[in-house]
Design a protein around this ligand. Structure first.
Ligand code: SF4
Ligand code: SF4
Length: 141
């Protein structure tokens, strides 16, 4: 680099504002097509499980508590999700979308990446069943 050019760059840099963004103190709007955390619309869900079957990252499990009463739980693992949107395309009912505003998912604790969606009473029932299964002895001799 020529010495003159170098001094020009240095002097320009001295008087210019930094181009880096002061995230997270300053936030810009996100693009419409940004793919963030999964959103699920329980009302239209039929519990078919296609979203989970088609997910290449095994990030979705659909739990059917009672098909007749439409008691479904959707378990979503954001730490496995590749945000490919296959689930959005697979769901014929249009129940799944990826948020373009809820995307700041970084965390130190892995447990926070697991989301259980559903009616609260159903979620509670599911979690109770899950914890009692955990406490059962895996083998009996
Ligand atoms: S966006 Fe892709 S990886 Fe994430 S849950 Fe949907 S299908 Fe799975
Ligand atoms: S594909 Fe759609 S309708 Fe089927 S279980 Fe998933 S969210 Fe529900």
């Amino acid at each position: 680099m020529k010495i003159g050019l170098m001094f020009r760059d240095i002097s320009t840099s001295l008087f210019q504002r930094p181009v880096t963004e002061r995230y997270p103190y300053e936030r810009k709007g996100t693009p419409n097509r940004l793919r963030g955390k999964l959103k699920w619309n329980l009302e239209s869900c039929t519990g078919c499980g296609l979203c989970g079957l088609d997910c290449p990252a095994n990030a979705i499990q659909v739990h059917v508590l009672d098909r007749k009463e439409k008691r479904f739980i959707l378990e979503y693992h954001a730490d496995r999700c590749t945000f490919c949107a296959q689930c959005v395309h697979s769901c014929r009912q249009g129940c799944i979308d990826l948020s373009n505003t809820d995307w700041e998912l970084a965390a130190l604790d892995g447990d926070v990446f697991r989301f259980i969606f559903g009616v609260q009473a159903n979620v509670d029932e599911f979690l109770v069943g899950e914890s009692s299964a955990d406490t059962e002895s895996p083998t009996s001799e």
